[in-house]
Design a protein. Sequence first.
Length: 347
Amino acid sequence: MGVPSAPTVSAVIVTYKEVELTLEAITSLEAQTVPVHEIVVVDNDPEHSAGEPVRAAHPDVRLLNEDNVGYAPACNRAAAVISGEWVFFLNPDAAAAPDCLARLLAVADEHPAAGIVTPQILFPDGRTINAGENQIHLTGIAWCGRYEEPVEDAPPRDVLITTGAAMLVRAELYRMLDGYCDEFFLFYEDPDICWRAWLVGSEVWYVPRAHVLHHYSFGTSTSKWFYLERHRLLSVLTNYSWPTLLVLAPLLLATEAALLLVATREGWRKEKLRAYRSVWRMRGWMRGRRRRLTKMRVRSDGELIGRFQTTVDSTQIQSDLARRAAPLLALYGKLAVVTVRTIGRLP
């Protein structure tokens, strides 16, 4: 009786003017103890700056050229041409430890329902955490879990959401979900796909002993807030059921009022208002997405709601207003969780 062959993994890197780091990312994939079936690099720079260096250093890599279509759409176009049973998305400014894929695949083999498996993402010093078991509030606000804490040594565990900096996804699940949300140019594609994966009956697993080093930078441009806020709202308004949205409505409205004040104070109010306008224009798209997701749902909101956070507790999110409002919002959040669970048990 033969030994079962290891599942095939196709790796995808989407790069935009990060040539040297992209070459390092590819090198880390080629050094994996579990051979990578194929590597696809999407050069999203309209000038295609990565093409010649990648071809010279890594001739076996498949190159796709795009004209800055956005991160999620570029990932989807690469995923459309891969042939592996799993697709491993790796940021161009990240490098996977040689045993990273082996550890991720071992957890996937042990937990057949796992559709997404991710490693612990560390800063380049290898001693502090960038991301991993990320957190998401009931309002969709998401943040990096254990940010800047010492590296965690712990067994694998299932989590609600995780990071897209290095994400292993079962190709069959990715296709069923239509991949990352194609309308998300930048940001929030990772919590969104994890959320949807749980809804359709899959599981998300985090493997702290699998490591990836990441040259992380959040960026200083205020335009990022447009994408973060628009995509958060699109996810909340399409991933929750209508009864859940009604229960959460006071919390959602209070959060929006608070965010408008914060945005005005911090100088990104224009981007916040722009996000509202964009969400309104996409209401037809939202109706279509809700219908598709409703047909695929296996889990109710009541089964998942307890995994969401009822308070926003992150060093990445600093706001005096949020701190003052936190006790009241947390109380309402806890009541909302109980209510949604009760609704989920009704016939």
